[in-house]
Design a protein. Structure first.
Length: 280
């Protein structure tokens, strides 16, 4: 007779398997659809392609609207790398000021910064667009990157502040006694110790920027500037024939760098979150 413990274990594993199937099914459908002709994607109940081929990938690599796939890829790389560089530079400096420098109104400004996390992005869309449009920056990558270099992402600042609060202040005090200022302390002492949280912030910034669709759709009008998420919609035309096969192939190609990036740096992500620990 099967014990209750065994039955519970079987039920738990079956439940976990069912959840895994539900979660992984869309990804599997997208991957397998990339090898199907377009007429077998929409309305087809079969998951396995009957006439598998790489034609969709050839079409995707040739590009669309007169722009090659590699141009879209390069635009995504520019935005993602720019987001990482801007976030790491600005958020780390801002976090050091909040965590280590005692200036008037520090707690108030920190609270206001944290309060921006509660502000929906959609509330500021129109004011931001009007400002960038008046400055003549619409249809450039500046609106998508300037906020990264101004520490506008409160999440990353908060993450780094919490990490710095866990660092011993004796290091700063010893450096002050040796005549070092805040710039030297930040560059030579604090920054090297922040590698785990900097790696975590870099991973999040890269993935969020790479997958961003709404921002580029709002500010970029020229197809030569489109990143991969926006380029995907060019394959769907409501007035004529849509090439869903090429769209699925480009989606797979767009997703591959994110998966590789995550697999390579996942240990830094886990380590960074663990060492940050949201202390204080």
């Amino acid at each position: 007779m099967i014990s209750k413990k065994t039955l519970g274990s079987i039920a738990w594993h079956l439940g976990a398997l069912a959840i895994a199937v539900v979660v992984l099914y869309p990804g599997a459908w997208m991957l397998l659809s990339a090898f199907k002709p377009t007429n077998q994607i929409v309305g087809s109940v079969s998951l396995i392609p009957h006439d598998a081929s790489f034609d969709n990938f050839r079409t995707a690599l040739n590009g669309i609207a007169g722009v090659s796939f590699w141009r879209f890829f390069l635009n995504s790389v520019i935005l993602a790398v720019g987001a990482v560089v801007g976030t790491v530079l600005s958020a780390s400096v801002t976090a050091y000021a909040f965590a280590r420098i005692d200036f008037p109104g520090r707690k108030l400004w920190f609270a206001l910064m944290i309060g921006t996390l509660l502000l929906p992005f959609h509330v500021v869309i129109i004011p931001q667009y009007i400002i960038f449009n008046n400055l003549g920056l619409v249809d450039t990558m500046v609106p998508l990157l300037i906020g990264k270099f101004l520490a506008a992402e409160a999440f990353f600042v908060f993450l780094m502040v919490q990490f710095m609060r866990g660092l011993p202040r004796e290091l700063d005090e010893a450096a002050f006694l040796d005549g070092a200022g805040h710039v030297r302390i930040f560059r030579s002492i604090t920054l090297p110790l922040m590698k785990p949280v900097l790696a975590t912030a870099s991973i999040f910034a890269f993935i969020w920027s790479w997958n961003d669709f709404f921002g580029p759709l709002l500010y970029l009008k020229n197809s030569d500037l489109y990143p991969l998420p926006v380029a995907l919609r060019l394959f769907v035309d409501q007035t004529s024939t849509s090439d869903y096969g090429a769209q699925m192939a480009m989606a797979v190609l767009a997703l591959a760098p994110v998966i590789i990036f995550f697999l390579v740096f996942q240990r830094y992500l886990i380590g960074g979150v663990a060492t940050t620990g949201l202390k204080g």
